[in-house]
Design a protein. Sequence first.
Length: 288
Amino acid sequence: MKKLKLKHLRHPLRSAESLLNIFLTSINQYRFNAQFKNIPRIIRSKCWCGGKLSEYDMHKSYGLCVDCGTYVNKCPPDPSKLTDIYGLDKYWNDRQRFGGHPSIDKRGELYRVDGRLDKWIEMVLNYGPDEGVVIEVGCAPGVMLKELELKGYKCMGVEANMDVVHWLRQNLQLNVHQGIFPEISLPKANLFLSFDVLEHSMDPIEFINGVSEHLQSGGVAILQTAIDRYNSNPPFGEQFEKIFDDVEHTYIYTDDAIRQLIATTDLQLISLEHRTSLAGEIIVIKKP
């Protein structure tokens, strides 16, 4: 619950209103968090690579793979509930607001201001094709796909929830399809994008092989995900709780884990050097 400040006590009526607002906000946040805490979950006893899990003292919901170093969510949501979890109101408005983040209609502006959008565009200019078909999985709030569309690319997006799809179509006039990647029919692309999505994937091997299947020969994929490479304790420092979110994040990777994951495909690792910010590490891979 929020703490009272001195200004709340200077005027009786305002103090009462402040107390009521704090109380109602706390109740709403409690009810909202309860929705996610009570979602059906599955039990996972090994890593995506098949490795055994050791106990991880810093977060009881996660285990640490003894082989590749991936942090593994041992009790992720039931995959059948993902479409509901990532809904327009529940996720993109309520969950973001209670987490201190902008809702979907203001999220694109955040990406412009904090430099993320500029970095993504820079990555496309440096590593991607000059033209062609672009697929972005997890494309909300749509700002990146819209920028590429304005540059002449033929763009297509994917979102898990139909309400989010409708919002992107109506507000940005984007070509967006509903589905869980890679369980969705899509054309082959020259450029595949996915920012802050891989950590949500229930099956990373299926996901990365789906990337390969949807790339034309010579095509490039640019992915962003949290990669623990900093030897900080806890991992990602002040962002630890945000990254180790057992509702959203099923796997949190290391550089070694990413290399092993890519090795399960015919894709070539081009770069692991870039990032937008801490926990925004970027992977560049290419289809031979």
